[in-house]
Design a protein around this ligand. Sequence first.
Ligand code: C2E
Ligand code: MG
Ligand code: MG
Length: 552
Amino acid sequence: MDGQASEFVSYYGNSLKLVKCSPRVAQSYNIVAAADATIWQVYPELLASDRKSLVEAVLAGGIPRSVAIEPLPPFGSRSLLLFSTERGLGVLETRDAVAASQASIGDPDRALLLHQARHDALTGLANRRQFSHDLEARLPTKSGQKFALMQIDLDDFKPVNDTLGHGAGDIVLKMTAERIQAVLHDRETAYRLAGDEFAVIQVLDDQPAEAERLAESLVGAFKDPFTIDGISVFVGASVGIAIAPRDGNTGEQLMKAADIALYAAKNDGRGRARMFNRSMMIMLEQREMLRRSLRVALGEQQFFIEYQPLVKVAGGIVGFEALLRWRHPYAGVIPPGLFIPMAEADGLMGDIGAWVLEQACREALTWPVNFIVSVNVSPAEFLSSGFTDRITRILDEVGFPAERLEFEITETVLLERTSNNLDRLHTLEVLGIRIALDDFGTRYSSLSHLQNFPFDTIKIDRHFIDDIETNPKSQTIVRFIIGLAHGLGMQVTAEGVQTAGQKAWLSRRKCDRLQGNLLGAPMSAEFVSEFLRHSSFAMSEGPGQRMIPDSD
Ligand code: C2E
Ligand code: MG
Ligand code: MG
């Protein structure tokens, strides 16, 4: 940053004495002769206590700061960019356009442009460019020096933009910048990297203790709602922390480490901070590996389905739920909870879902004719275009009656703000396919969903069943759901029934169907016929027959 002819740049060494300056500084401040001048004489405005501490902070920490100072005739408003040099402090002065013309600088003031190019117009924070510059400037770290890099990402910012508009989104971003700034101290600088991504560089040696302290304040700063036009909006923040040089000694390594830690914070339930550690890296690499091999899984015939019996409380099997499994060539059998979100994110779920439906219908054709097969449909799949056409084509091809097919959907499907999701449910209903509402009681349960659509069955999430014998709250909820469903003409299935006591309780409360390891764990297609042969309740229920002995 050597003095360009049109720039106001000056350098200060020991005791902040002027070391050298650009001709424009010398000319404007008339200090050519006063080689002994200190920064306080050149810029007396910096003596104000808040500004003085800024100067000291930059001097000590080296993270550049900009300071606005009042107009000084004949110049217009100015701001000083303070940056550290090897031996002390540098000052780059930037002026507004009026000042520039008054000072008869012919071409646009490069310094001002430089300042603008390095700050975010919306929040006033330093921008990504400045961030990269500052990060690189500190790397590799000098021996014994440490610093922390924090990536901050807002949780649930998108819904604010989507529901309250971009104006509201901008307000949240501005307030975010203020909240972040409010918890920062000396040697801590905030940046806005993009959208709702922010970062902080903390140049303190007592790591990771200092980073942990700051991260806690940062997360805490988002506990209170933002108020926009009288509306309270909760927007949390997740923080990923990386420490240099421990977690990396190049910008790329550190950013990656902070990114991975941020991902872990989000995965752990958001609204929290996580410090990078090596095991996160291994987990992420494994995930990436899985993700890549998921692309070929369908073609390589690595998927298979297990079937779990759905049993009537009164006795007799209703059918089976199809549960997808992935047999990975090296990793072994991977549960759907792990790979289905990846498949959804990568847009693979449409093809995989079509395969599940076709395979399940083919296998169900070998079962007794009164058995249904229940197939889970993920939201992305359900909402994808051509979904219903695909279903009818598969049913036709396989020759499977629609009346024997049940789809399990979750309430997430109904949350999406598309007008056609209810239409789609109605189309399926007209085709004769049954619809079950899966995992009821978790997520976004809303009674209006039950009013809007006549589900055939509600499946009560197994978390309520787990402690149904002992927890009065679970009992109240389950009793309520059963009463509600029956009142609306729907059946109720209890998921995850594992003990005779749970079964007894549920049958006393007139639950219709049970599913769980007590009644039968998920099993391979080949084992279904074996299961039916040996199972005491396998035969379709005849008149007056009670296939499952009821211990109630
Ligand atoms: P879900 O539809 O709620 O399926 C029930 C889950 O509970 C299954 O887990 C099942 O193995 C498990 N489970 C059943 N009985 C018991 C029990 O007594 N105790 C315990 N602890 N667990 C029991 P699984 O197979 O891991 O599937 C997890 C979820 O993955 C399913 O939850 C479903 O939402 C999804 N899924 C499975 N297959 C498919 C599929 O083909 N397509 C889509 N879109 N999602 C699927
Ligand atoms: Mg299910
Ligand atoms: Mg379920």
